[in-house]
Design a protein around this ligand. Structure first.
Ligand code: GLU
Length: 308
């Protein structure tokens, strides 16, 4: 089946045609009834949590993207180096480590039989989607929210973590939720959903963009901004580096994390989903959680897989 699908794709490309696109996520999709009747398309349909079903499991077929990666000898991961607990540089060893890096190590284990075949390319958040789409990295695993806008340029795995956006303020601050920061400067990284979400808050804070959240922490410590707002996961890592900071508020968004993969390699997305299935089932997901996120409390159940 896989070989046939590849041959069919190549034939279509050779003929100058585009292979049938995956079900659109942001684009309007007519309902079967509407198409049959030739009437106006139904409302746009998108569920960014639904990914490609791992039909081949962990099998690596000849000619697959995984076989090419195995041939190359390493997996290229795009991530950040300043997201404590998820992907940050250990000052003693120089290695970049955390929950997200361990996700990549499990994929490496499934491809190579060893978790150590991961090469990390540090990319700013604003370039993650582009780096995956252009093939500079095999995967981006970087506290990255799966959403419809991003699905237009890259594919995503199933959800591997559920985060939500909160606020970090000074220990003495009376702020308890994002709405309390009306007309106040609040920092978030360029290219993050956090920055976009700030623009939707009512009453409005003043969004201040920095290249990454480490730079937001510096801006906060230099009193250039009153707060930082992003996922609770990232804020926990920032607060751990600053005894004068605290994280407040209920989460005001949902940020489901997934692994970004090029649209050209659906077989790799399926394979990653098979790895995530194994991690959920055999306790590896929980072990990775306990290793990095134990301070946030006992491990919840891993997010369930949802397929197209
Ligand atoms: N999860 C959000 C996003 O993907 C914010 C954190 C980040 O940028 O990594 O945009």
């Amino acid at each position: 089946m896989r070989v046939l699908a590849v041959v069919a794709t190549v034939a279509l490309l050779a003929a100058g045609c585009t292979p049938a696109p995956p079900p659109p996520v942001d684009a309007p999709r007519p309902s079967p009834a509407a198409s049959a009747a030739g009437s106006a398309p139904a409302a746009p349909e998108c569920d960014p949590r639904k990914s490609w079903r791992p039909t081949q499991g962990l099998r690596i077929a000849a000619g697959s993207r995984m076989a090419e990666i195995r041939e190359r000898g390493h997996l290229i991961l795009g991530t950040s180096q300043d997201t404590l607990l998820f992907s940050s540089r250990n000052p003693f060893t120089g290695a970049i480590e955390g929950f997200d890096v361990d996700m990549a190590r499990e994929i490496s284990r499934a491809v190579f039989g060893s978790p150590d075949k991961v090469r990390i390319l540090v990319i700013p958040r604003s370039r993650r989607v582009e780096a995956v789409a252009k093939g500079e990295v095999d995967l981006a695993i970087n506290t990255m929210t799966t959403n419809c806008a991003r699905w237009q340029q890259v594919d995503f795995s199933t959800v591997y973590y559920e985060a939500g956006q909160k606020v970090l303020v000074g220990k003495d601050s009376t702020v308890t939720r994002i709405e309390d920061l009306h007309d106040r400067p609040v920092c978030a990284a360029d290219g993050s959903t956090s920055l976009e979400n700030l623009a939707k808050v009512d009453p409005k804070p003043i969004p201040v963009a920095r290249r990454d959240f480490g730079e937001c922490l510096v801006a906060f410590q230099q009193n250039e901004v009153e707060a930082i707002s992003t996922d609770d996961t990232i804020l926990a890592g920032l607060a751990a580096q600053d005894p004068y900071a605290k994280v407040v508020g209920p989460p005001f968004t949902r940020e489901p994390y997934a692994i970004a993969v090029s649209k050209e390699h659906r077989d790799l997305t399926e394979f990653v989903n098979a790895v995530l299935e194994r991690m959920r089932a055999d306790g590896t997901w929980k072990r990775v959680y306990d290793r990095w996120l134990h301070d946030s409390g006992p491990a919840p159940k891993p997010p369930a897989a949802d397929y197209r």
